[in-house]
Write a protein that binds this ligand. Structure first.
Ligand code: NIG
Ligand code: FE
Length: 431
């Protein structure tokens, strides 16, 4: 049978096959390797996968890649990023080295708010061009699908400008992009506390939550026609001390759900306010960070269909010795994914392999668990687990050839780049 592309002579073909479900618990240790493997691709999808001898016998193509006994794996999926923004936070990098605290910087109008100022000033074109360069770095590190959040606008106009940038980048960049609307990322400066009388300071954050629910979410919904989109469209909230309370987070998530958005939530990054349970109850596709999540919440996560997305790059970037206990979560039966959380403040990291390498060392994931966490489970963390994230017949042919004959080496070595060739929807894009 004629096909568009055959990749053969693969030492280890990591399929990460999952039969339509995320991998949880002990399943995460299985990357389903075919030794001396091959695969055939037609019309952007994998049509056959097996031993090299069989595939070569049964299929033919004008495009054949000899993998020279290297590793082939599913392309990485990055399920949590904030890469559409303008400017940088290099000054704060130095402040943090000297001991400043992340939430304190935010409280004092820096952090997320400093990126908000720079993003509000940028034109759509500037925003797209700056963000494209970040996508290029993710691409060369093997990420072929990524989620991107808004949240550096915090006013209707700029939040919608960020969404426009994401949609435009999706059309013009090789990485497939999944939008997440996150106006509830921080309280904007114009809604910060006001002195309402001589003795009373009043927070206006409820007014901002009202703006999100009454204006921003309905507008995003109608402008981008979420019901007609083929891709999922998420709403997220940063539930954290001095950011959004549990009650405010509930209001945002419930309104989003009633409008038809899928849900995500930043929970327990620094403080446990109870949002993990709330988000699981509301059927969130993922809950993210999980640094301060309780044993009882881990049990709820294990029993749910929600994916737990950990962001070890953040703890690494803070120079912290405390990490989300992903080991405990996997052992409890949770489906865990890894992300870079690529953003200008807490994790300026474009590389899923580096996130995996950190997860192996500090969260005690085995390389096999890290691979599943950055591929098939990350895909389920975006609601796309039936389409991407593993090499199975019928799935989109997003494939990497790694320059090693043992997949574990790609999590063992760090700081380099093992990605040798990239195949997106069956097209060879480099190598
Ligand atoms: O996932 N926690 C909130 N949001 C991001 C950080 C964004 C920033 O610092 O710009 C995070 O860590
Ligand atoms: Fe984040």
């Amino acid at each position: 049978m004629k096909t568009d592309l055959i990749i053969y002579n693969v030492a280890q073909l990591l399929t990460c096959a999952s039969n339509g479900k995320p991998k949880r618990g002990a399943e995460m240790r299985n990357v389903d390797i075919i030794e001396n493997g091959a695969l055939a691709i037609k019309d952007e999808v994998i049509i056959a996968i097996g031993k090299s001898g069989e595939i070569i016998k049964n299929f033919e193509s004008e495009n054949v890649i000899d993998a020279h006994k290297k590793v082939v794996c599913p392309a990485f999926v990055d399920p949590h990023t904030h890469i559409v923004y303008a400017g940088n936070r290099l000054n704060e990098f130095e402040l943090k080295i000297k001991g400043a605290d992340y939430l304190e910087i935010l409280e004092n109008g820096g952090g997320i708010i400093s990126t908000v100022k720079q993003t509000r000033q940028a034109s759509l074109k500037e925003l797209i061009e700056q963000s494209r360069r970040r996508l290029d770095k993710m691409f060369s590190n093997g990420t072929l699908t990524a989620e991107i959040k808004t949240g550096y606008g915090l006013d209707t106009e700029t939040e919608l400008k960020m969404l426009e940038a994401i949609f435009e980048l999706d059309k013009t960049h090789e990485i497939d992009l999944i939008p997440t609307f996150l106006p509830a990322h921080a309280v904007p400066p114009e809604y910060k506390e006001v002195q309402s009388s001589k003795f009373k300071v009043q927070s206006r954050s409820d007014d901002y939550v009202e703006l999100i629910c009454d204006e921003m979410l309905p507008l995003a919904n109608s402008k981008f026609k979420i019901h007609n989109l083929k891709l999922p469209f998420f709403v997220d909230v940063f539930c954290e001390k001095n950011v959004f309370s549990l009650e405010q987070s509930k209001r945002v998530l419930e309104t989003a759900k009633s409008l038809g958005f899928k849900l995500k939530a930043h929970v327990d990054e620094f403080t446990n306010l109870g949002c993990a349970e709330l988000a699981i109850e509301l059927g969130a596709t993922s809950i993210d960070h999980l640094d301060a999540t309780s044993d009882e919440e881990i049990r709820l996560l294990a029993e749910s269909n929600t994916i737990g997305i950990v962001t070890p790059t953040v703890n690494f970037n803070f120079g912290s010795a405390h990490f989300a206990d992903a080991r405990k979560m996997i052992d409890a039966g949770c489906a865990i994914a890894v992300s870079t959380d690529y953003n200008p403040g807490s994790a300026p990291c474009p590389s899923q392999p580096l996130a995996m390498a950190i997860a192996c060392r500090y969260q005690k994931l085995l390389p096999s668990e890290a691979f599943n966490a950055a591929t098939i489970n990350a895909a389920f963390g975006l609601g796309l687990g039936k389409k991407i994230g593993s090499l199975e017949v019928g799935k989109q042919a997003d494939v990497l050839i790694l320059d090693t004959d043992d997949f574990r080496q790609a999590a063992y070595e760090f700081g380099g780049n093992f990605v040798e060739s990239i195949v997106k929807k069956g097209r060879i894009l480099n190598g």
